[in-house]
Design a protein around this ligand. Structure first.
Ligand SMILES: [Zn+2]
Length: 219
C-alpha cells in the first residue's frame, strides 16, 4: 500500500512537472511544498523535474532555523519562505512558487495587481500585493513574502516571481493558474489605456456573492 507521505511526495514531483508543462515556469526555478506532520515536504534544490523522484523530496521542521533537513538532497533554496509561511499561516497546507511570465513582468515593474477584475477578490482582498525586492533565498525575502501574503492566497515578489497558497496542493495549483491569468489580463489592459478599477462597493458585492455561491478556488 502506498503511504500518505509517499503520495504527498509524488504529488510534489507531479506538481513540479506540471509547472513546466502548464507554461507557468521554466527550468527548475519553481518550487513546491506541502505541510506534513510538524513540518513540510519540499522539492529538492536544483534538480531537473524529469529526474526528480519522490524520495528526493526533503522534509523540514517548521521550528528549525538552521536549514536542517531530512533527505538525500538539500531542499529548495527558498525553504525559508516556505517555512515562514507555514509558521505564520495555519490555514495553508501547500505552497507553489514560480517565475511565470506575466506575474514576473508585473513584479519586475514592482506593480501590485489592483481590483481590475472581480477574481482578485478570490485571493482574499482588494489587491494582490507585490512584495519589495530582496535577494532569492534570504530571510529578508521571506519576511517580505509573509507580509505581502497577509490575508491573501497569493503575492508577487519584486524582480523575481510569484507565490500561490492553498489549503491543498490542488488549490495552490488553482491559485497559481489564476494569479498568472489575472497578471496577463491586467498587463493586457495596461496596453489599451489601463483598467477601470472596481469600486469598494462593487468589490464588497462580489465578496458576498462569492460567499453565497461558494465560489472560491477551493478544491
Ligand atoms: Zn524563485
Amino acid at each position: 500500500m502506498i503511504s500518505h507521505e509517499h503520495a504527498l511526495r509524488q504529488a510534489i514531483v507531479d506538481t513540479c512537472r506540471w509547472l513546466n508543462t502548464s507554461g507557468l515556469n521554466q527550468g527548475t526555478s519553481g518550487n513546491v511544498s506541502v505541510r506534513h506532520n510538524d513540518g513540510f515536504l519540499i522539492s529538492p534544490s536544483a534538480t531537473p523535474y524529469e529526474m526528480m523522484q519522490p524520495e528526493m523530496v526533503a522534509h523540514m521542521d517548521v521550528a528549525q532555523r538552521d536549514g536542517s533537513y531530512d533527505g538525500p538532497k538539500p531542499p529548495s533554496t527558498e525553504w525559508r519562505f516556505h517555512r515562514d509561511i507555514f509558521a505564520a499561516r495555519p490555514d495553508v497546507g501547500a505552497i507553489v512558487h514560480a517565475h511565470s511570465d506575466y506575474a514576473t513582468a508585473l513584479a519586475i515593474a514592482h506593480k501590485s495587481i489592483p481590483p481590475c477584475h472581480y477574481m482578485v477578490t478570490a485571493f482574499g482582498g482588494h489587491d494582490i500585493r507585490c512584495a519589495p525586492y530582496a535577494r532569492f533565498g534570504t530571510q529578508a525575502l521571506s519576511g517580505h513574502a509573509v507580509e505581502a501574503l497577509k490575508g491573501r492566497m497569493g503575492c508577487l515578489l519584486a524582480n523575481h516571481g510569484m507565490i500561490a497558497l492553498g489549503h491543498s496542493l490542488e488549490q495552490a495549483k488553482g491559485y497559481a493558474t489564476e494569479l498568472e491569468a489575472l497578471a496577463r489580463q491586467y498587463w493586457l489592459s495596461l496596453q489599451v489605456g489601463g483598467p477601470k478599477l472596481l469600486t469598494d462597493a462593487e468589490l464588497e458585492e462580489v465578496a458576498e456573492a462569492m460567499h453565497e455561491y461558494g465560489l472560491a478556488l477551493v478544491r
